[in-house]
Design a protein around this ligand. Structure first.
Ligand code: ADP
Length: 309
């Protein structure tokens, strides 16, 4: 394991046996490393194996084979140290409705055997922006606040790695931004973040690197930037000075997607054609370009491409 990897997974497999018959390969020879200080996103459709992976890290599911090393500890040899290095924020908003955030964190710290003077309850409450709600019953908190309280709970023993399982599930759109800001803040103070999400746009905005799981296989693992760069097809809309219909543009890989009034939407493969060539073509034909807008590919395109089969 390189010094900077805080999580190292080698040939990790999980085979579940079904009650009635047969087996299911929930994880197939998974290999991945998470580096210190990064925000790593694990994406994948339902049934991809994300929960299985998180549950193996959390010690809830026993792997079939392979190696997992967390913060320098081997999951087979030092399971307790592995657990102590991870703060896992579960998907379900399972909180006792009659506890307030402060009491919940204090109780949790007690469970970890953290002495009163060593507790960082106020600091955690501030980190997740719940200091003003420290004394409110959990049942009166919004979905976003509940989620932040679960994050707070996972921070009680100051783990260097925080795992968030579908952190925005059950959180209103407007509160998500707030939640992400808190996660970014935690990352800024040095906590390595691993998250799973269905919301591709969020993964794109939040994550330094992304791994995409499909049916137990890691079908992509790269920086968010590289993944987006892998998309070959570009779409561009030109606003031009004429309304005559353009039927064909004889340039390699270029397709006319639509033409309405003075707007012409084209697609092209970026390793076959550069946008300059399209612009020169127009200028040679005395077509004046009034405006150009590009519709950049996003992680959603990579994702659909990789997981469609
Ligand atoms: P995800 O979290 O990405 O939706 P899961 O890890 O929950 O995926 O599931 C991966 C696969 O393993 C699925 O096909 C699922 O049905 C199966 N699976 C998950 N848990 C069990 C289990 N306890 N017993 C049998 N099969 C399971």
């Amino acid at each position: 394991m390189k010094k900077k990897d805080v999580l190292s997974v080698k040939n990790l497999s999980k085979i579940y046996s079904k009650n009635n018959s047969g087996t299911i390969n929930a994880l197939n020879n998974l290999n991945l490393d998470v580096k210190q200080g990064e925000i790593f996103g694990l994406l994948g459709p339902n049934g991809a194996g994300k929960s299985t992976f998180i549950n193996i890290l959390g010690g809830i599911v026993i792997k079939t084979s392979g190696n997992v090393n967390v913060w320098g500890y081997d999951i087979d040899k030092d399971p307790r140290q592995v657990r102590a290095s991870l703060g896992i924020v579960p998907q379900e908003l399972n909180l006792d409705p009659f506890f307030n955030p402060r009491r919940l964190l204090e109780l949790h710290a007690g469970m970890y055997g953290i002495k009163k003077e060593d507790r960082i309850t106020d600091e955690i409450l501030r980190l997740v922006s719940l200091e003003k709600n420290a004394e409110s019953y959990a049942r009166s908190l919004s979905g976003g606040m509940k989620r932040r309280l679960l994050i707070a709970k996972a921070l009680v023993n100051k783990p260097p790695i925080l795992i968030l399982d579908e952190p925005t599930a059950g959180v209103d759109v407007e509160l998500r931004k707030n939640l992400w800001e808190n996660v970014k803040l935690l990352n800024k103070i040095g906590v390595t973040i691993i998250l799973t999400t269905h919301y591709l746009i969020e993964a794109e905005q939040m994550c330094d690197r992304i791994g995409i799981l499909s049916k137990g296989n890691l079908v992509a693992l790269d920086t968010t930037k590289n993944l987006i760069n892998k998309i070959q097809t570009k779409t561009v809309t030109f606003t031009i000075n004429q309304k005559t219909k353009i039927d064909k543009i004889p340039l390699k890989s270029l397709k006319i997607i639509s033409q309405t009034d003075d707007k012409l939407t084209l697609s092209y493969e970026k390793n076959n054609l550069k946008i300059d060539e399209i612009i020169s073509y127009f200028s040679n034909k005395n077509i004046i370009i009034l405006d150009i807008s590009t519709d950049d590919a996003d992680i959603e395109d990579v994702y659909t491409n990789l997981t469609k089969n």
